[in-house]
Design a protein around this ligand. Structure first.
Ligand SMILES: Nc1ncnc2c1ncn2[C@@H]1O[C@H](COP(=O)(O)OP(=O)(O)OP(=O)(O)O)[C@@H](O)[C@H]1O
Ligand SMILES: [Mg+2]
Length: 266
């Protein structure tokens, strides 16, 4: 692609019913148009990156997908069925897990407790139902299994408090938590923004594991190399609209930035 005029070969759209689909979402804040008719399709086992300049509508889009905002107009479909999320818990109950950059984990709790936060298991029988005793051993065993399944080998000890982990390991716990409970979709908001090279790589590997397990991932990031490393498709937001959806094969990072800033059209 060269700037402005050249036609680009169309990006092939994956086949089948999307796991998550947004159709013509509109979200306004008074006179400010946050989203102006944005559509998006997310298919099983794909990593869809969302990029765009500041104020382009990325967070607003994600919030509409995850129940934090109710769109003014447009439709949301999960496995082809219309859904109407009124609050984040509705989206979570439907299998959409969101990992926010800072609120992801509870530092004072250990790894296993973080994985089961809000979904604690009680012991079977009277101990659990009457005395509300937690099934700590069961949760720890399952936490170990879950981490192993996701290939998080740097976290052998699930009884360590999360505050003692590195930033990357904490992020890994947050992503593992999102992936732990048969999630349909995992949404990651700037997961590598505060991380070093090694830690970022751990998170990127984790994203690839999720894809291998057919869990689709929506990844918001300003980091072009990371986006181009893991994304199957890249949704580019510009001024509240979808400017283009490209792939790392069809376009270069320079192309993507040009579309983001309006220097080129896709
Ligand atoms: N709660 C709100 N009230 C008023 N305006 C808002 C609100 N949330 C978003 N906006 C506006 O909607 C537009 C899109 O904002 P949004 O936060 O989605 O951008 P973004 O792409 O996430 O940007 P950034 O990269 O800076 O995070 C902006 O003009 C923003 O000012
Ligand atoms: Mg934002």
């Amino acid at each position: 692609m060269s700037l402005v005029t050249d036609a680009v070969e169309p990006v092939p759209t994956p086949q089948g019913v999307p796991v998550l689909e947004a159709k013509r979402l509109v979200k306004t804040f008074g006179k400010v148009v946050g989203l102006d008719g944005v559509s998006l399709q997310l298919h099983a086992g794909e990593v869809l990156a969302i990029i765009g300049d500041n104020g382009a509508g990325k967070s607003t889009l994600i919030k509409c997908l995850t129940g934090a905002y109710v769109p003014d107009q447009g439709e949301l479909l999960l496995d082809g069925e219309p859904v109407h999320f009124k609050r984040p818990q509705d989206a979570r109950d439907a299998g959409i897990e969101t990992v926010y950059q800072n609120l992801a984990v509870s530092p004072a709790l250990d790894v296993a407790s973080n994985l089961f936060l809000g979904r604690e298991r009680r012991k079977p029988g009277i101990l659990g139902t009457v005395f509300r005793t937690l099934d700590t051993a069961g949760m720890r065993a399952e936490a170990r299994e879950q981490l192993q399944r996701l290939g998080i080998s740097t976290l052998q000890d699930v009884t360590v408090a999360v505050e003692n982990l590195s930033g990357g390991q904490r992020q890994a716990v947050a992503v593992a938590r999102a992936a732990a409970f048969g999630s349909k979709v995992v949404v990651l908001d700037e997961p590598t923004a505060a991380l070093g090279v090694r830690e970022s790589n751990q998170v990127l590997e984790l994203i690839e594991r999720l894809r291998e397990q057919h869990v689709p991932v929506v990844l918001i990031s300003h980091n072009m190399p990371h986006v181009f490393q893991v994304a199957d498709r890249i949704h580019i937001q510009r001024l509240g609209k979808r400017a283009a959806t490209i792939t790392p094969r069809s376009h270069s990072m320079t192309d993507a930035v040009a579309i983001m800033t309006g220097a080129a059209v896709a």
